[in-house]
Design a protein. Structure first.
Length: 335
């Protein structure tokens, strides 16, 4: 005996509803990515306006705006270890309208330095979108030090333990840890002089009050060209196109030495995969544009790109490397 027509109709309607819901579940993320963005986007970055970092952030904001047809603003929220800006994005809605432009100095390094004292976990509370650029650093010396390369620096420092000093924008950053890594590899001693910012530190190296500093090539190139500072090495594993005639530390006898500042784009935790991949594609395309390459070169940094997983992998490897330097140098920072 067949079921009453009304019951058969109910079963058919129920089956249709299930099928529609299943189809919607498949299509919803695609529709979300296609509709995104429908309003302005903000990019939070943890540095003050001006300088190489801010310049890269604003270039990426403009390229994103051009690609999606929506305004994209950069909000500068400087703070120690990037806490204020990073937590702002972590607490934001995971819809792609709040992004974080951050660096190794505000993700992997403070996590390695402060471990559980850092009030956020970059590995668990940020969605990796793309590794934007890799910026080799430059080691410079005041002309009065009388050294032109790493072997001369090591020889002088070993002959005068603790007599000479190096400046940093503050303790615990790549500028600090990069010199500590070199000290450990080469076996010399040099006094660390931390400042409250990079500008005053650089001025004192130019004036000869401090003898050495590590920072981005974009920071130092004008003073090097003017003869106010001596560039003694780059810190990448290959020659920098910005200063192709300057040997890196690897070439000068330390094959394990490598220091980069990288810039990456992140979202809050739970950022939908489709939006993450849409943003990743936009930024990958932007990094290949000739005007982007030229602009980045002027800031002393190189385009990177790749998948979201490439950025996550970079963060983890940087954490492990810097954690070893911190432990070996017995560096402790109070938070």
């Amino acid at each position: 005996m067949s079921a009453p027509r009304s019951i058969r109709d109910l079963h058919a309607a129920a089956a249709l509803t299930v099928a529609l819901l299943a189809t919607a579940a498949v299509l919803a993320p695609q529709a979300l990515a296609q509709a995104y963005p429908s309003k302005p986007i903000r990019i939070v970055q943890n540095y003050t306006p001006g300088g190489p970092t801010d310049a890269v952030a604003r270039l990426m904001a403009q390229k994103l705006s051009d690609a999606v047809g929506q305004p994209v603003t950069v909000e500068n929220k400087p703070s120690a270890n990037g806490v204020i800006g990073t937590q702002d994005v972590i607490r934001s809605k995971p819809d792609g309208y709040s992004l974080l432009f951050s660096t190794s100095g505000h993700t992997s390094v403070p996590r390695a330095l402060l471990t559980d004292k850092l009030p956020f976990d970059p590995f668990k509370e940020l969605t990796s979108i793309i590794l934007l650029t890799m910026s080799p650093q430059m080691i410079v010396a005041t002309p009065s030090l009388g050294v032109k390369n790493i072997p001369e620096l090591v020889k002088l420092a070993k002959a005068n333990p603790g007599k000479y000093s190096y400046a940093t924008p503050g303790p615990g950053g790549p500028n600090h840890l990069g010199i500590e890594m070199l000290k450990n590899m080469a076996g010399f001693d040099m006094l660390h002089v931390p400042y409250k910012g990079g500008a005053q530190a650089a001025l004192d190296v130019v004036a000869g009050r401090v003898h050495l500093m590590l920072a981005s090539a974009g920071t130092f190139l004008p003073q090097v060209k003017a003869g106010k500072l001596v560039a003694i090495a780059m810190t990448g594993n290959k020659r920098s196109p910005t200063v192709p005639d300057l040997p890196n530390v690897v070439e000068q006898g330390y094959p394990e030495y490598e220091v980069y500042t990288w810039y990456g784009m992140f979202g809050p935790p739970g950022l939908p995969r489709d939006i993450t991949l849409k943003l990743n594609g936009i930024f990958n395309n932007a990094l290949k544009m000739p005007d982007s390459i030229k602009h980045l070169d002027s800031q002393g940094t190189d385009p990177a790109g790749g998948t979201p997983e490439d950025l996550a992998k970079m963060m983890r490897s940087e954490y492990e490397r810097w954690r070893k330097v911190i432990v070996d140098a017995k560096i402790v920072i109070e938070q």
